[in-house]
Design a protein around this ligand. Structure first.
Ligand SMILES: [Ca+2]
Ligand SMILES: [Zn+2]
Ligand SMILES: [Zn+2]
Length: 278
């Protein structure tokens, strides 16, 4: 089950203790620690081979993913990316763990907003979640139906610290949210770190619409994209929420999974018609 796989990522045993390469001078101890932590979380070793990759090998993987010069050296541009707030889902998971891309088989997927944030009015959270889902559903033959009770395919919640899935949140900043690939149980669920300040604008805090659209992309089966313009890029960027929409890379990815299709028949809220690339 996919949840078990994701959790296993976070619980990888001590084999991951990484030797510190000594050749690169000028890097402070906290930066090394941060880099090790970052690579352990987002570039975990392949659990099939169980071979702990070297710090350098994983660093190169990370540099390749972010389209940096692949030096294997912890240099300032690399450190800069590691310090950005980001999604908690690993960048390499889809390649090493999900060989058969999981997706929803039903054409109507249910979702439920289980808990809310005090940062935004409830009605606004409902609207923004519906808007995020509509961005995806208008590209594929898949619709979403909100349920108010019981178990839904996609359970959406806000939580802080440890919240029952072995992927504890980490206080303000750093990891903002995470979500699970389609499947039973935790599969499809999306969690948002309540220690962030969630907003509907762009000046302060973390924009909820942008983050929710990203996380719900995972809930539908998408992994991270290296394309800095993609919604599925793992690092959070402050954009203009008014002009926020899926990038061609996101649309290509979601259509690869579900096929191009007619727009959803169930539109829970009005969406920007100008965002329609068809
Ligand atoms: Ca956090
Ligand atoms: Zn993500
Ligand atoms: Zn969680």
């Amino acid at each position: 089950m996919r949840l078990a796989v994701l959790c296993a990522l976070c619980l990888l045993p001590s084999g991951l203790a990484l030797p510190l390469p000594r050749e690169a001078g000028g890097t402070s101890e906290p930066q090394w620690k941060q880099a090790q932590d970052y690579l352990r979380r987002f570039y975990p070793s392949d659990p099939k081979t169980r071979e702990p990759d070297s710090f350098e090998a994983r660093l190169k993987l990370m540099q390749r993913f972010f389209r940096l010069p692949v030096t294997g050296v912890l240099n300032p541009p690399t450190i800069k990316i590691m310090q950005k707030p980001r999604c908690g889902v690993p960048d390499v998971a889809e390649y090493s763990l999900f060989p058969a891309q999981p997706k929803w088989v039903s054409s109507v997927v249910t979702y439920r907003i289980v808990s809310y944030t005090p940062d935004l009015p409830r009605v606004r959270v409902n609207q923004l979640v519906a808007k995020a889902l509509a961005m995806w559903s208008q590209e594929i033959p898949l619709s979403f139906r909100r349920v108010l009770a019981g178990t839904a395919d996609i359970m959406i919640s806000f939580a802080r610290g440890a919240h029952g899935d072995y992927n504890p949140f980490d206080g303000p900043g750093n990891t903002l949210a995470h979500a699970f690939a389609p499947g039973p149980g935790l599969g499809g669920d999306a969690h948002f770190d309540e220690d962030e300040h969630w907003t509907d604008g762009s000046r302060t805090g973390v924009n909820f619409l942008i983050t929710a659209t990203h996380e719900l992309g995972h809930s539908l089966g998408l992994g991270h994209s290296s394309d800095p313009n993609a919604v599925m890029y793992p690092a959070y960027r402050v954009g203009d929420p008014k002009n926020f929409k899926l990038a061609p890379d996101d649309i290509k990815g979601i259509r690869k999974l579900y096929g191009p299709g007619s727009r959803s028949l169930i539109q829970p809220v009005t969406v920007q018609q100008t965002a329609d690339p068809l």
